[in-house]
Write a protein that binds this ligand. Structure first.
Ligand code: CTP
Length: 213
């Protein structure tokens, strides 16, 4: 079984010094990679910049910085994968132009023009083979299930792991997480607050019957 997992944030440069990013630490994606390796699966991890060591036994670690680099790596690696888990917190926008020189502070206000990045999961959903299992994450502050189910359909996913953000103990910058895991066939598993390692185990336990089928 070949598994492809993305983790961590992306960074979108403004100039050589500054960037736009988010609060993702990569812990959930790295926990999934460790759980995948522990099951004996050939695991490729595509990671944005994080302060974590790659889990021992990972088949390949691909380090990327930007959403464009992550898109390129994920689409390249996806062809070989039986199971893809898109856990990374990809920046939705990037600065329209990147200044080659450090931008100097001025008295007047500054407007930064942003353009959308590629929705990597949407692309993976479009190129998905019928035998491939595609899992996405949804980070929501409100209407968690409704928005997650909508993302699952829109991006042609088999499963979506929805978590609330902006709540202590769940989602970004936390050691723990709580997830609602929904399948395209209508199945639903509520994984209550637990360590990200155990949440990762449970995610694979839930989707495993489908992986084996
Ligand atoms: N994702 C992606 N590429 C992007 C943005 C998101 O592949 N440019 C993936 C994430 O890795 C995650 C899923 O899409 O698996 C949902 O991400 P989320 O930020 O919750 O949703 P968005 O699609 O960005 O939608 P919105 O910001 O409207 O909630």
């Amino acid at each position: 079984m070949r598994v492809l997992i993305s983790a961590g944030p992306t960074r979108e440069a403004i100039d050589p010094v500054r960037f736009i990013s988010n609060r993702s630490t990569g812990r959930m994606g790295y926990a999934l990679a460790a759980a995948s390796v522990a099951r004996g699966w050939e695991t490729v991890l595509v990671s944005g910049p994080v302060a974590l060591c790659a889990p021992e036994g990972v088949f390949r670690l691909v380090r990327v910085e930007t959403a464009a680099e992550m898109a390129e790596a994920m689409k390249r690696e996806a062809g070989e994968a039986d199971l893809i888990v898109m856990c990374a917190a990809v920046a939705d926008y990037r600065p329209k132009t990147v200044s080659p020189l450090k931008m100097k502070k001025k008295e007047e206000r500054m407007v930064l023009e942003l353009e959308p990045t590629e929705d990597i999961l949407l692309s993976l959903g479009r190129m998905k083979r019928p035998d491939q299992i595609l899992v996405g994450f949804a980070a929501e502050t409100d209407c968690v299930e409704q928005y997650a189910l909508d993302k699952m359909r829109r991006k042609n996913l088999d499963w979506i792991a929805a978590n609330r953000v902006g709540i202590p103990g769940e989602g970004f910058e936390s050691e723990t997480n709580a997830v609602i895991l929904c399948s395209r066939t209508g199945g639903q598993h509520r994984l209550p607050l637990d360590s990200k390692d155990r949440i990762a185990e449970q995610i694979f336990n839930c989707i495993l019957p489908e992986v084996r089928a």
